[in-house]
Design a protein around this ligand. Sequence first.
Ligand code: FAD
Length: 401
Amino acid sequence: MSLPDTPRQSSYDVVIIGGAMMGASVAWFLADHPGFDGSILVVERDPSYEFSSTAHTNSCLRQQFSQPINVQVSRFGAQYVRNFRQFMGDDPEVPDLHFHDFGYLYLAGTQAGVDALRTAQAMQVQQGAATRLMTPEQLAQAYPFYDLSGIKLGSFGPVDEGYFDGGTMFDWWRRRARRAGVEYLRGEVTDISVDGARVHAVHLADGTRIACGTVVNAAGPRAARVAVMAGLTLPVEPRKRYTFVFEAARPLDCDLPLTVDPSGMHVRTDGAYYMAGHPPRVDDPVAADDFVADHDLWEEVVWPAIATRIPQFDSLRLHQSWVGHYAYNTLDQNAIVGPHPDLPNFLMINGFSGHGFQQSPAMGRGVAEWIASGRYETLDLTPFAYDRIPEGRRLLEQAII
Ligand SMILES: Cc1cc2nc3c(=O)[nH]c(=O)nc-3n(C[C@H](O)[C@H](O)[C@H](O)COP(=O)(O)OP(=O)(O)OC[C@H]3O[C@@H](n4cnc5c(N)ncnc54)[C@H](O)[C@@H]3O)c2cc1C
């Protein structure tokens, strides 16, 4: 999308920093909110989105989380994806979003892993999810292609777990937001003016000053940098995550659930191919522009892990691979959402730690509600509030992949 680099106005009611999935979601939900008629500017440093998390996502959705609020967020995500056209005003131009339910299968190989799956499954069912536990015998019967050595329990989600076409959702949010009057600008925010307990303006790399009533930090893995501009800290850092798309010489005769292996590898069906993901060997923070790949990871770590769990995958051909960045919340691997307590017109939608794509409908809607009415009108997102950070109170999400 080619964007202008000069804003039409010198002042906006709301400036959103970052125009990828989260920025687009806030912009669309706010433009669509009946209680809001202010001006909205989205500032994006790279309209190609080439290095954004959004461009590197695997676009999957699941109900299996360890925190009830994350299950609720994903339940709305699934409802939104399945009824996208209705949510977009029943517009016949809006397409249906493709959703491929293959289910997630978490495998536990230790007693601690078993206990975690049992606790999470009970909570998920209470929240309305369809998760069921499977013994090794049940797993072997349902999925005879796994080598289940060392596996003590599985947890499978047969409903609302799989791939969805988040890219189309992203396109339509941007398209509709612009039609509703949201302005998109190419530019990098390099400074933020704060006076007392209020943000007054953002400054761009080319020296442009833009006054604003509210700022939204939707800068993904660069969120901590943006927070620093306003004198704030955020425990969010870029961490590399690898994706591999491969072809099997002997494909399975059924869908492969998104299998979360105790080794740290995950693998699933991807049309005629398969897709696997893996963290780096050393999971340290990296520079925001560091996308250098460990080219031996596939051969030395990932493929062996896949072939161990699915012996039929002993002969594979790597088709494509990439490295993306998670915006990793080092406190508790969960989102940080809402106003900063010391700077109430600085809003955050940050720290998604690898599960932000599916959370974008609920999170964008919530931030828009907060801006429009000063409260969450639908799903209460206060568990994600910033207050827990200085208090060291963790909302620990254990089911991250
Ligand atoms: C490999 C991988 C797999 C994933 N798989 C899944 C999945 O299966 N399911 C799921 O739910 N989630 C998944 N995620 C996570 C999901 O993709 C992200 O949570 C989501 O895309 C985050 O969107 P965002 O808008 O917050 O960040 P980003 O997409 O990174 O966007 C931030 C934007 O802000 C812009 N920006 C930054 N700083 C500035 C500035 N100073 N001025 C102007 N613009 C700025 C950037 O250019 C960028 O476009 C995955 C992520 C990765 C990396």
